[in-house]
Design a protein around this ligand. Structure first.
Ligand code: GLU
Length: 503
């Protein structure tokens, strides 16, 4: 494959249109850390009306899988981080890497090295014994190799000829100025004995070919940067601006892992988080704009100019994400909330088998159940959204409107006080007669309680159990208003009948 984009040669990148990239290795799902890196690279490009490139670094054939590529694409699509170019696949670019290696061999910026693994092990052992840092000693550099016998049967690797003196220095967008002495770096292998290019080398050629002006990535790559800069220089390429974003730690300060719950972005989808909330949360995790916590994508893009990135690791705060998700749930129109809750309700119905329905599609199953119950899901969502932090919690709560209550007779008996039965039967008799709003129900509840001479809990507790099968619901007048009056009346009567026949 030829160079997709004409590679800029030498000089400064200042003033060039911004081009960023996200370059995941497809060895697993898109995790939270990767998603945040992608978000920053995406937002930086958007802020500057630039270009966001997606590059799949799949040269590690053993560890890369098509499923992982798909998981990354799915995760990015879910978050709404659409690339302007790509995905480009490194495995489709081997000819190009070969071409650059040949050029470097020809111009002397790279050379063949025949040192065998055993020989290198011996060298390292010697260096360690002498108290020195183990490093390749340049024995096959052309100037040192004169008279050296090429061992038979050893295929050479290709090494980059790292400069001996001077320092590599860059002004990191996140960490500020970083300087590494070339004396610290040895001659990196850029092609293995089988001819395959190595990781750091492919990254360099790609960043060059793709005209990347800003490399925003995890700080686990900070040690690669001086090597990559040296190779870029040797190629006569322009040096991008680098920004190394620190790690994300779990709630407990440890490295983020499965232990901390969801680490795959798509798991957050399954758990009922909204992509906008996750984007807002990740944006704020390691970057700040004053005290702003709640902001939409457009505001983030407008603000994200590469400043105010935190140089210290961030701590994932599940509570805060849940709080934020609740804010986003509340902002959604009830119709939209209902559309998102619908399949989750359908799944629950299939699991509990409450509704026998031949239609296997979750949405249809839920729709049928709602219709049978005479319940409007948008109205239910409107009432419940304040107390649900996720769509899963919303669906859990909504289930009380679509399933027949399983009334615990003992619990009900315990909540019934003298006068409860009369008040409940009076309510069953009159519910809906003078309207079925929360207000109308509140007035009726007040009236029947007064008539029976009981206090509110002696009515409120039993009616919750009778109608919803649970002792806890939002305000009883409001939840009742969401069920058809005849259903409420029927449940009250049936439940009380059962109670008297049990007694
Ligand atoms: N492929 C690397 C990773 O997934 C990222 C390399 C880069 O951004 O330069 O960690």
């Amino acid at each position: 494959m030829t160079n997709p984009i004409s590679a800029p040669q030498g000089g400064s990148l200042a003033g060039r249109p911004v081009r960023t990239r996200f370059a995941p290795s497809p060895t697993g799902f898109l995790h939270i850390g990767g998603a945040r890196t992608a978000l920053y690279a995406w937002a930086y490009a958007r802020h500057h009306q630039g270009t966001f490139v997606l590059r799949i670094e799949d040269t590690d054939l053993q560890r890369s899988t098509p499923e992982a590529v798909q998981a990354i694409l799915d995760g990015m699509a879910w978050l709404g981080l659409d690339p302007d170019e790509g995905p480009f696949y490194q495995t489709k670019r081997f000819d190009r890497y070969r071409e650059v290696i040949d050029r470097m061999l020809a111009d002397g910026t790279a050379y063949h090295c025949w040192a065998s693994p055993a020989e290198l092990d011996a060298l390292r052992a010697e260096q360690r014994a002498a108290g020195a840092k183990p490093r390749y000693d340049g024995r096959w550099r052309p100037e040192n190799a004169a008279g050296r016998e090429k061992p038979a049967g050893v295929a050479p690797v290709v090494r980059f000829r790292n400069p001996d003196d001077g320092v590599v220095e860059w002004d990191d967008m996140v960490k500020g100025p970083i300087r590494i002495a070339n004396a610290e770096l040895d001659d990196l292998v850029i092609a293995r004995a089988d001819g395959s290019p190595t990781y750091n080398f492919c990254v360099v050629v790609d960043d060059w070919d793709m005209g990347i002006t800003h490399v925003i990535r995890g700080d686990d790559h900070v040690n690669n940067t001086p090597r990559q800069i040296n190779i870029l220089r040797a190629l006569g390429a322009q040096i991008p601006v680098y920004g190394h974003v620190p790690m994300i730690h779990g709630d407990d300060g440890q490295k983020l892992s499965k232990r901390h719950g969801a680490v795959s972005v798509m798991q957050y989808d399954a758990d009922g988080f909204l992509p906008d909330a996750v984007v807002n949360y990740l944006a704020r995790l390691g970057w700040s704009h004053g005290d702003d916590e709640l902001f939409d994508r457009d505001a983030f893009v407008a603000w994200f100019d590469g400043s105010h990135l935190s140089a210290s690791p961030s701590q994932f705060d599940t509570k805060k994400l849940r709080w934020l998700n609740n804010q986003y749930l509340r902002q959604l129109p009830d119709d939209e909330l209902a559309a998102r809750a619908l399949p989750r309700i359908g799944r629950r119905l299939a699991d509990t088998g409450t509704l026998v329905d031949d239609d296997p599609v979750d949405e249809n199953r839920a729709r049928a159940a709602l219709e049978a119950a005479g319940v409007s899901l948008p109205a239910v969502c409107g009432l419940l959204k304040e107390r649900a932090e996720t769509l899963e919690e919303l669906a859990d709560l909504a289930m009380m409107f679509v399933t027949e209550p399983a009334v615990d007779a003992a619990e009900l008996a315990a909540k019934m006080k003298p006068g409860s039965r009369e008040a409940l039967l009076a309510f069953a008799e009159r519910v809906g007669a003078a309207g079925h709003s929360a207000e109308a129900n509140a007035a009726l509840i007040k009236a029947v309680c007064e008539e029976a001479g009981i206090k509110m809990p002696a009515f409120g507790m039993p009616i919750r159990l009778l109608v919803f099968g649970r002792a806890q619901t939002p305000a009883v007048d409001a939840v009742l208003a969401l069920l058809p009056p005849e259903r409420i009346a029927a449940r009250i009567r049936q439940g009380l009948d059962r109670l008297s026949s049990d007694a």
